[in-house]
Design a protein around this ligand. Structure first.
Ligand code: NAP
Length: 285
């Protein structure tokens, strides 16, 4: 497993052995995109419990209002925004960093999942397919582009971009082919982005942290009629929080972890070997 400095972390200590003294998630003002439900909300609340100010983003204003009133405006803020509004991302991002100039980490978490059946082409709504691609991937390119200047501006203080991919980035399930492809794309982007930033003097303080969940019990599944599907959200959040505080930068959770390592260990070696030919040092050096 890669850690913050890109080195392998072999520590697998149980959650209970991580004392608060060992915690090292250094960010103090975090923009969580997709904080009105599920994984984004759980991570946002875990951060608040640990003294971090969180600006939550989502389309549902009532959920953002609940989030702020639950935690108080000294600990939480909200911004209603639909990330599929690609033309609006630049001005929204400029406004958010002007309002919260201390933002030092961004969690790219919003995502949707839709079934897609190519054996019944008439059932395919291409506008929904496009929406899934825009939500889970294309919007992220714009968000990264327009939020990176804020993270760069804080050098040499460490800052971070966190992206939520999925175990399905590596091993797709045929029920949701477009979703899996968007997660593969985001996983690939994380590798390139991490390498570019690591190799650039003005950007090397920006960590790229990928979190790849297994199935977790959230609205992603209940929206599709799947109740109690996957790992309990709190258990997932405990593991992610522990690993974030250890400085891991590729956080694969649950049973996927061993499978992921067996595939990605070999691929990463090839990647690291090839990089110098393109003028990059591997982040793992
Ligand atoms: N749950 C799983 O099993 C699982 C597994 C692997 C990866 N993941 C990934 O984890 C991330 C979070 O998923 P989740 O399971 O927590 O899902 P969730 O409970 O459905 O929450 C999704 C979040 O994304 C936000 N969102 C969706 N579309 C948006 C848009 N157009 N603009 C702004 N925000 C938007 C939602 O807010 P609004 O609706 O208020 O806009 C909500 O806060 C996703 O990227 C998902 O692919 C989930």
């Amino acid at each position: 497993m890669l850690n913050r400095s890109g080195h392998c972390s072999s520590s697998h200590s149980p959650l209970s052995s991580t004392s608060s003294l060992e915690m090292s998630f250094p960010y103090k003002s975090v923009l969580v995109i997709g904080a009105t439900a599920g994984i984004g909300l759980a991570l946002a609340e875990r951060m608040i419990e640990n003294g971090i100010f969180v600006i939550g983003v989502g389309r549902r204003q009532s959920r953002l209002d609940e989030f702020i009133s639950k935690h108080g405006s000294d600990k939480a803020a909200g911004s209603q925004f639909d990330i599929t509004n690609l033309d609006g991302i630049k001005s929204w991002a400029e406004n958010i960093v002007a309002t919260y100039p201390s933002i030092d980490a961004v969690v790219l978490n919003s995502g949707i999942q839709r079934a897609l059946d190519f054996t019944d082409p008439a059932s395919i709504d291409l506008s929904l397919v496009q929406r899934e691609l825009t939500t889970n991937y294309t919007s992220y390119i714009s968000l990264i582009t327009h939020l990176l200047p804020q993270l760069r501006s804080q050098a040499p203080k460490p800052t971070a971009l966190l992206a939520i991919t999925s175990g399905l980035a590596l091993i797709p399930i045929p029920r949701v082919p477009n979703y899996c492809a968007t997660k593969s794309a985001l996983h690939s982007l994380c590798w390139s982005l991490r390498t570019q930033l690591y190799n650039h003097e003005g950007s090397k303080h920006i960590r790229v942290i990928e979190i790849a969940p297994p199935a977790v019990q959230t609205e992603l599944h209940t929206q599709q009629g799947l109740d109690q599907f996957g790992m309990p959200l709190e258990k997932f959040t405990d593991e992610v929080w522990e690993r974030l505080n250890k400085g891991d930068v590729e956080i694969v959770v649950g049973r996927n972890r061993a499978q992921w390592e067996s595939v990605e260990g070999a691929r990463r070696k090839i990647y690291d070997d090839v990089l110098p030919a393109f003028g990059f040092k591997p982040a793992s050096l």
